[in-house]
Design a protein around this ligand. Structure first.
Ligand SMILES: Nc1ncnc2c1ncn2[C@@H]1O[C@H](COP(=O)(O)OP(=O)(O)OP(=O)(O)O)[C@@H](O)[C@H]1O
Ligand SMILES: Nc1ccn([C@@H]2O[C@H](COP(=O)(O)O)[C@@H](O)[C@H]2O)c(=O)n1
Ligand SMILES: [Mg+2]
Length: 216
């Protein structure tokens, strides 16, 4: 597998996101369980031409593939804990290299400080970080109504996931906030209204090249 490497433009001293043989743009999509990350990522893909990589979905696919790590990942997800970063980063890196696209929404990653450091260690960094802000009460209602057969959509695991979010994931959001990289979205509104705010962020912060022609 090809390694990510950093290319520093000599004249400008700018660090670029180089992965294999392409320059990539990355947007992290963070928020509590049930805040609507996956829902909004589908809309962003359609309007802005990104490829959506959900860390949770990649891990669930790994379980189904019969991988040697499958049982361990399955247990961790059922307990609402975080899978060791080397597993998740490898899945994300492989998916980005395999893709023909060069712009990625990375949903549900980094979930803790170890995840964040793992991404930094492959010499990639996000252009910005979308953060979906929503109350636990509303997120819990959404998760219990999701009905997608997920092993972690039960009240016991949901409580644990909320705990992990506060303990481990919010500090990562605070880290990016301290760097001025967070674009905070009020995710408690209806889906279409949330997307209006998301659209404004992408129209404002994405390079022109990453915007698709409007189909409206
Ligand atoms: N703004 C919204 N208002 C009401 N329901 C929503 C909203 N956004 C998403 N939902 C619904 O809430 C549920 C959870 O949404 P989604 O799967 O997008 O969340 P998520 O942040 O990806 O959660 P997870 O971290 O568990 O993967 C889904 O059933 C979705 O249809
Ligand atoms: N960086 C990550 C992301 C997810 N997980 C595990 O998967 C579960 C489901 O994730 P969703 O984003 O689909 O909600 C999550 O609760 C974790 O157990 C992870 O370990 N690391
Ligand atoms: Mg999701």
């Amino acid at each position: 597998m090809m390694d990510a490497s950093v290319a520093v433009t000599e004249q400008e001293n700018v660090t670029e996101n180089i992965l294999g043989d392409k320059k990539v743009a990355v947007v992290f999509v963070l928020g509590g369980p049930g805040s609507g990350k996956g829902t909004q990522c589908s809309n962003i893909v359609e309007h802005f031409g990104f490829t959506h990589l959900s860390a949770g979905e990649l891990l669930r696919t790994e379980i189904k593939s019969g991988s040697e790590n499958g049982a361990m990942i399955d247990n961790i997800i059922k307990e609402g804990r975080i899978v060791p970063s080397e597993i998740t980063i490898k899945l994300l890196q492989e998916a980005m290299i395999k893709s023909e696209n060069d712009k990625f929404l990375i949903d549900g990653f980094p979930r803790n400080e170890e995840n964040r450091a793992a991404f930094e260690n492959i010499n990639l960094s996000p252009d910005f970080v979308l953060f979906f802000d929503c109350s636990e009460e509303e997120m819990g209602r959404r998760l219990l109504g999701r009905n997608q057969g997920r092993a972690d959509d039960n009240i016991e695991t949901i409580r644990k996931r909320f705990g992990v979010f506060v303990e481990s994931s919010l500090p990562v959001v605070e880290y990016y906030d301290s760097k001025g990289m967070i674009k905070k979205i009020n995710a408690a509104k209806p889906i279409t209204e949330v997307f209006e705010d998301v659209k404004t962020v992408f129209q404002t912060y994405c390079p022109k090249a990453t915007q698709m022609p409007s189909r409206e």
